[in-house]
Design a binder for this molecule. Sequence first.
Ligand SMILES: [Ca+2]
Length: 354
Amino acid sequence: METFGISLLSILLAVVLGCGGREKGNSPSIPMPSETAGQPQSPPGSFSQLLLKLVEAYPNLSFRQPVEFLPAADGSDRVLVVEKGGRVLIFNNHSQVQSADIFLDITGRVDSRSSEKGLLGLAFHPRFAENGHFYVNYTNRTETVVARYRVDLREPARGLADSEHIMLTIPQPYANHNGGHLAFGPDGYLYIAMGDGGSTGDPQGNGQNRATLLGKLLRIDVDKPDGNLAYGIPADNPFNGRQGGSRPEIFAYGFRNPWKFSFDRFPVRLWLADVGQDSVEEIDIVEKGLNYGWNIMEGSWCYPASRQCNAEGLQLPVWEYRHSLGKSIAGGYVYYGSLIPISYPEGSLYMAIM
Ligand SMILES: [Ca+2]
C-alpha cells in the first residue's frame, strides 16, 4: 500500500458521514455495511455526491512526505508538520506564511527507506505547558520505537533532539504495516496504533495473537512508570491481568494497519481507519477489549474471501468501501465547525483516502 505519495495538506477529505445524535452503545446512525460475514455488498453512498474541493493551505511552503499535521501545544498559533524522513517543521498558521523552522530533526535515528517506514507520529503531552514533553513513533532498522522528547520551556518551538527517552520498542518482522499514529485520549493515556507486522495476509497471525503488540491499539500511562517499564498500565486496560498471556498494553485488537485514529469529543468516541489487504478499507469505532477481526475478516468479508469464517465475537466496521471506490484509507476527524456546509447538524466525519 503506497501511503505517502501525496501532500498531507492537500488531502481530499473524502468520506463524509453524518454522526450526530447518538449515545454511546447505540448503533451509529451512519450507513452500515452488511452484517453477514462473507456476503459481498457495495458500500452505500457515493463520493461523487461530495461538494468539497482541494485548497493548498500553505502555498509558499513545501514538505517532504508529510504524515501528520497538528497544532503546537504552547498556546501559540503555530502548527507542525511531521515528515516521514525524520524532521518536524513548525510555522505560523497563516496561509501566506513564508518559511518554517525545524522543531525536531531525528533523521539520524529513523529508517525511512521503505515506503511505510519512518517518523510516523507525534503527540504532545496533555501537560506540555508544564513539563515540555512530547512523544514520537518511528521505525529504525529493525523495530518500532515510541520515545519521549522534551523542549526547554523557555524555547517551546524547538524540540531537543538529544533528549530521547525510549518508552517502548516493538520488533518489526517486515518493513510494512507499522501503524504509527499516537495520541493522548481524553483519559490522559497515550494510545498507540500498531500494524500487524507486515507482509501479506498477516502470516504470523499477529492481529489475533494477544501475546504480541503487533496488530493492536495500545494504551499506556506515561506518567506512572511501573517497575522496569518506562510506563504504567492503566488499571482498567482490558488485559491488565495478562489473561492467557495477553499483553496488558492492549486496548483493542484484530487490526491490520491502523494508520490514523482520532477522538470525538461528545460522546467520547474513538474513530479508527484500518487499511485493508486486497479489497476492503474500513472505519471502526473502537471500544475497549474488542476484537476488530483481522485476519479472520477483511472489513465485513471473510478473509480470504473464498473462505467461510465465523464472525461471532468480532466487531464489524461501521463503514467500509471496496477498492473499486478507493484505495488505502488514512484516517480523519469529526468536524463540528460551520466552515463546511454539510447538512449534518451535530458533526460530520471526514476521512482521507489515498
Ligand atoms: Ca476489521
